[in-house]
Design a protein around this ligand. Structure first.
Ligand SMILES: Nc1ncnc2c1ncn2[C@@H]1O[C@H](COP(=O)(O)OP(=O)(O)OP(=O)(O)O)[C@@H](O)[C@H]1O
Ligand SMILES: [Mg+2]
Length: 247
């Protein structure tokens, strides 16, 4: 079953077509990666799926519902969670508080500010610890986010996205700026998460993409130029030329 579908999605910035008629299907329960050279339009495609950027034309469907007109917040409520290419956390809050806020946004009653039932708050706390466990940060719950290593901050960002209990987890270059050691840790976490979540991943480290993905889509100048399982993508001559810069 397709959890997410885009239909002829096009995003323009002035004269630049950053995303060019992209039609894509993400199957539930898979890791689906988007690769492509710098400036190919990967992050813009993400932004268009999450609602941060409006398409010039085309549509986005989530669980068969047309969400093209919905806000970022409405999409998050429906179950689209994402992490950003550049770390996006509250540095002065604790690790626990960062995730708690995301989880709270999910259960927040429409009457808020108003009383939140006590049992909901205790469920929330359990959920935060569950999520911190999923990314391996449970023992650092009380640290200020600013005190964490860069690698742990990136893991915290994944935890924040998970705090929303997403049906689709979108990760934009989660290993950007990480050491080889931290990269291995992050990929281990992603592999574990893949058992429970549908993941849409943007990642430049091609060997990692090959290792974790069921499906890979390749973007180049805003267009999808190839899609398939890792073995096929690796052999595809158009991909080799566009992405790897050689024939
Ligand atoms: N808000 C914006 N205004 C104008 N141009 C933009 C904006 N956001 C992105 N672009 C341009 O759109 C194109 C696609 O950018 P995008 O960030 O989506 O690429 P990317 O594939 O994520 O690249 P990278 O791998 O470097 O992160 C680039 O040419 C970029 O300069
Ligand atoms: Mg990007």
């Amino acid at each position: 079953m397709a959890i997410l579908r885009t239909e002829n999605l096009t995003v323009r910035f002035g004269a630049l077509t950053a995303v060019d008629r992209v039609t894509l299907e993400i199957q539930a329960g898979t890791v689906h990666s988007i690769i492509g050279p710098n400036g190919a339009g990967k992050t813009t495609l993400f932004n268009c799926i999450t609602g941060e950027v409006r398409p010039a034309s085309g549509r986005v469907f989530f669980l068969d519902r047309d969400i093209t007109g919905l806000t970022v917040y409405q999409r998050a409520q429906l179950g689209i969670g994402r992490s950003f290419q550049r770390t996006n956390i509250f540095p002065n809050l604790t690790v626990f508080e960062n995730v708690w806020l995301a989880a709270f946004a999910r259960i927040r009653p429409s009457s808020f500010p108003g009383p939140v039932p006590r049992h909901r708050l205790s469920e929330l706390k359990d959920r935060v610890y569950e999520v911190l466990g999923e990314v391996g940060l449970a023992d650092r719950a009380g640290y200020r986010a600013a005190e964490l290593s860069h690698g742990d901050q990136r893991l915290l960002e994944v935890a924040i996205a998970l705090g929303l209990s997403p049906k689709l987890l979108m990760l934009d270059e989660p290993t950007a700026g990480l050491s080889p050691e931290e990269t291995r840790l992050m990929m281990g976490v992603i592999k574990q998460l893949a058992r429970r979540y549908t993941i849409l991943l943007i990642e430049h480290k091609i060997h990692l993409v090959m290792e974790v993905s069921e499906t890979i889509s390749v973007m180049h100048f805003g267009r999808l130029i190839a899609q398939g399982p890792p073995e096929e993508i690796q052999k595809n001559p158009a991909v080799q030329e566009a992405y790897l810069g050689r024939r």
